[in-house]
Design a protein around this ligand. Structure first.
Ligand SMILES: C=CC1=C(C)c2cc3[nH]c(cc4nc(cc5[nH]c(cc1n2)c(C)c5CCC(=O)O)C(CCC(=O)O)=C4C)c(C)c3C=C
Ligand SMILES: [Fe+2]
Length: 433
């Protein structure tokens, strides 16, 4: 993580915010617990045990608070935890001033939720201050909330047309797509990730409750990973087609690589305010799992170009073995139209199209035809949308995997730069000082 934690309290609940330290952050809770908040998700000792933890939960994990303040928002470089959802909103604000108020309010809620604390008791004649689903003390549980904007926020409503990130448009339809407009686009997107679904839903409900006149939910999808990655050394999680997904991802610990391929700014021709942001692509991709489960293993592996059992590239012996296609020009080992070969042909030219993937699996009931409605909540980040996602997707168009997948929703968004400190707010650069 490149986020630098700073000291800061919640503007709504003074005294509940974290106190910054170089290596870790201590948070005092009303319930009597003391939490060690790791400043960097990797290279940190295990969080200190809590005196008060939810029954049956790993106390250390529940107490983990990730830093919110810094040049970039959280939820991009830190390893994805077990639960992640995306929620797209239409903005009900009608003036630039109301939009600014919305960004300030959102920032305050996110800073509070990520730090954790005790909501103040309310007069019982009024609605409680908190949903209560996490109990009386809100444990951060590795929560990150990442705020992005869609192209529509730059329409005529708020006078922001000249500030639109230059590649931010409504996501177009790709050849294999079956777009469902009820599950697409949005003025704002929140990506909410945590160790448990309860923590993500708690955060979503808190945010919705606190800004009823400013936001309307447009669509939402909850995702999960078989076991949260927790740290970078954890085993690569499997998708719902049974394959390890994330093996050849960019290394988020490589700051030079992140600067070149993930973080946008004037170097990519973006407006100055966008420095430290990133293009976020969300794709809801249904998997036809009934058909997949009746497909021979050899065919499944040919389609991806990797072994199902251990994720090794076909013809190699280990998941993370370095390789390219120079010794396999005719596709004897890895077919020319295998997913990994099209996605990244490993040529000098395709090096520019590498993207940071951060997908979750999803499962949302059944279709009208009585089939399982599950698949991949594909999420990726890049500094340059055309050079990144669009170039990769165009190479994938027509791939054999398409027989088993159907993209139905999602959108293009731009992750706002991080809030520098407690006096700053997300989206601040969009408004005159
Ligand atoms: C446009 C970008 C991509 C989409 C959309 C996409 C969908 C998708 N992918 C899988 C499963 C796997 N993908 C894997 C690798 C991989 N995928 C992409 C891009 C998109 N995938 C890239 C850039 C890569 C890395 C290629 C490389 O550098 O070698 C793998 C292999 C393991 C891994 O490296 O992660 C799997 C498995 C599904 C199921 C899916 C849509 C439903
Ligand atoms: Fe993929």
């Amino acid at each position: 993580m490149t986020d630098k934690p700073r000291s800061g309290g919640c503007p709504f609940h003074p005294g509940t915010g974290p106190v910054a330290g170089r290596r870790g952050l201590m948070l005092g809770l009303a319930g009597g617990g003391a939490l060690l908040l790791p400043a960097q998700a990797k290279a940190q000792p295990a969080p200190a045990p809590l005196m008060q933890s939810p029954p049956g939960r790993d106390a250390g994990a529940a107490g983990t608070a990730l830093p919110f303040y810094g040049p970039h928002q959280p939820g991009i470089l830190n390893p994805p935890p077990a639960a992640g959802l995306v929620a797209a909103f239409d903005v009900l604000a009608t003036t630039p001033e109301e939009l600014q108020r919305l960004f300030r309010l959102l920032t305050g809620r996110i800073a509070f939720l990520m730090a954790g604390g005790t909501p103040p008791a309310a007069d019982p004649r009024f609605p409680p201050n908190d949903s209560g689903i996490l109990g009386p003390v809100i444990l951060p549980d590795g929560l990150t909330v990442t705020l992005s904007v869609g192209a529509s926020i730059f329409d005529e409503r708020f006078g922001l047309q000249a500030l639109r990130p230059r590649q931010l448009v409504a996501m177009p339809r790709f050849p294999n797509d079956a777009p469902d407009r009820d599950w697409m686009h949005g003025d704002l997107l929140l990506q909410i990730c945590a160790n448990t679904p309860a923590a993500t839903l708690h955060a979503l409900r808190d945010i919705i409750k606190h800004m009823p006149s400013l936001l309307r939910l447009r669509w939402k999808l909850e995702g999960f990973l078989p076991a949260g990655l927790g740290d970078a050394s954890a085993e690569t999680p499997r998708n719902l087609l049974g394959f390890k997904d994330g093996t050849a991802n960019l290394d988020p610990a490589d700051a030079t690589l992140m600067d070149a391929l993930v973080w946008a700014g004037p170097a990519q021709g973006e407006p100055a305010w966008a420095q430290g942001g990133s293009y976020q692509v969300v794709r809801i991709i249904r998997n036809f799992v009934e058909r997949w489960d009746r497909t021979p293993l050899r065919e499944q592996e040919r389609i991806f170009g990797r072994r199902r059992e251990d994720g090794a590239p076909l013809g190699r012996s280990a998941e993370h073995e370095a390789f390219d296609y120079a010794d396999d020009p005719d596709g004897q080992r890895i077919a020319l139209d295998a997913h990994i070969r099209l996605a990244n042909p490993r040529t000098a030219e395709s090096a520019n199209s590498r993207i940071l993937r951060r997908p979750f699996n999803y499962s949302r009931g059944i279709t009208r035809a009585g089939q399982l409605d599950m698949g991949l909540l594909f999420i990726c980040f890049q500094a340059d949308l055309r050079a990144g996602f669009v170039a990769v997707q165009e190479r994938l168009n027509g791939e054999p995997l398409e027989e088993y997948i159907k993209p139905t929703g999602g959108g293009y968004f731009f992750v706002l730069p991080g809030a520098a400190g407690p006096d700053a707010y997300l989206g601040q650069g969009l408004f005159p000082a």
